[in-house]
Design a protein around this ligand. Structure first.
Ligand code: ADP
Ligand code: ASP
Ligand code: MG
Length: 407
């Protein structure tokens, strides 16, 4: 008998029939005598719909009230799954974020899990009741509803697995595991049997949305046994493991992309100490994350241009913040480009092999794809390119690093 956390994503609970199928899978694990907690996402498309309502009423919605609205999608599926289980004769109850409670920071829309109280839940699970937990949501210490950021149900599941000291955390989704790249873009992507926490974290951070980055970080920190697998098939998935458990590492393990990018160029910033701090200080004060940064050398030694990226979803706010600080920063104008994407290659093998970057630049250059910005880490290289080349770039890089499955 083991204690297991399952998590089902939006497509896996996208209607009554899918929820019945999930109940069947959960019931089978329950019949084997396991203690189970099941985390669910909102039905596919539901969170977008709820976000849309909020924006219609208030273009930059109040975070606390928006969270009340968007957290409701997961409440619905949690209740429905508990009903589906009970209808099959499996004891179950839902535990909403504020009930467990899942206590989070008060950063609405991007809250972090601080603690999860599991005493009552554990007692119920030990008595044979399945705990059904809505993902994505929590509550502040003062009782306000929060959400963990888009894709955050994975993080709910891993945080719960850590709090319950579960034997494993199984993330069920609409693909059979973690692939060398998004299998919806590259049909010849290969499923990985295992991937290291480090590489998975890097892939998730640069856009591979198969796992929420924070969930991988938590799994790594608390050594949660984590797997990604399909809720639509009975195939072995991908285990996320320690680097020592990977026998042979490739130069590049995977290719990822992120469409949620916007490029901002601040034209004619005074070339003096503190100017860059003024730009990024204003953005940081507004809680806007900046990713790639390119500062050009001043042509005439008086002014320079600074280019950087922010999430596309934050561009409106970023522009407003910078325009407001224009006098203090002292720039001429701001140019924004929303038709860019970031493509990244990730692999621990990069640490010990030369020439990995040049393979990337050459492969893109040969296809006439212009690189607008570059960033690197120890195990990652990212480039910013025009959005129209996204699919071509991912395919070309996947081949260039020898990742294609045999035809
Ligand atoms: P869920 O709703 O189950 O959380 P998501 O849509 O958040 O599912 O994540 C699964 C999707 O992630 C897949 O459908 C796939 O298109 C995408 N994806 C991106 N990169 C990868 C990758 N390297 N391996 C597998 N899936 C990936
Ligand atoms: N429903 C939320 C979202 O769409 C959380 C999740 O599915 O992980 O972002
Ligand atoms: Mg997801």
């Amino acid at each position: 008998m083991a204690r297991i956390v399952h998590k089902y994503g939006g497509t896996s609970v996208a209607g009554v029939e899918r929820i019945r199928a999930v109940a069947e899978r959960v019931a089978a694990a329950h019949a084997q005598g396991h203690e189970l907690a099941v985390v669910v996402s909102a039905m596919a498309g539901e969170t977008d719909r709820l976000v849309g309502y909020c924006r219609e009423l208030m273009p930059l919605p109040d975070g606390a009230e928006a969270d009340v609205v968007v957290a409701s999608g997961e409440q619905v599926t949690a209740g429905l799954l508990a009903l589906a289980l009970k209808a099959r004769g499996v004891p179950a109850r839902s535990w909403l974020g504020w009930q467990a409670p899942v206590t989070t920071s008060d950063a609405h829309g991007a809250a972090r899990v601080l603690s999860i109280t599991t005493t009552a839940m554990e007692a119920a699970m030990a008595a044979g009741e399945v705990a059904v937990v809505p993902g994505f949501q929590g509550a502040t210490a003062s009782g306000r509803v929060t959400t963990l950021g888009r894709g955050g149900s994975d993080t709910s599941a891993v945080a719960l697995a850590a709090a319950l000291q579960a034997d494993e955390c199984l993330i069920f989704t609409d693909v059979e595991g973690v692939f060398t790249t998004d299998p919806r873009i590259v049909p010849r992507a290969r499923k990985l049997e295992r991937i290291s926490y480090e590489e998975m974290l890097e892939l998730a951070s640069v856009g591979a949305k198969v796992l929420h980055a924070r969930s991988v970080e938590l799994a790594m920190k608390h050594r949660v046994r984590l797997a990604v697998l399909s809720s639509f098939a009975d195939a072995p998935g991908t285990w996320v493991v320690s680097e020592e458990d990977i026998v042979e590492s490739q130069h590049i393990t995977g290719v990822a992309y992120n469409r949620n990018e916007a490029k901002v160029t601040i034209v004619a910033v005074p070339d003096r100490p503190g100017a860059v701090a003024a730009i990024f200080g204003a953005l940081a004060d507004a809680n806007i994350n900046v990713d790639m940064i390119v500062q050009n050398i001043a042509h005439d030694r008086a002014f320079t241009d600074v280019t950087f990226t922010v999430p596309r979803t934050e561009l409106v706010r970023a522009r407003a913040v910078l325009e407001e600080a224009r006098a203090t920063i002292g720039f001429d104008r701001l140019i924004a480009d929303e038709s860019v994407v970031k493509v990244s290659v990730v692999g621990v093998g990069m640490k010990s092999h030369a020439g990995v970057a040049v393979t990337m630049f050459r492969a893109l250059g040969e296809r006439g794809i212009n690189i607008q910005a570059i960033t690197t880490s120890e195990i990652k290289i990212s480039v910013l390119i025009a959005e129209e080349y996204l699919e071509l770039a991912v395919r070309v890089l996947h081949s260039a690093y020898g990742l294609d499955a045999a035809a």
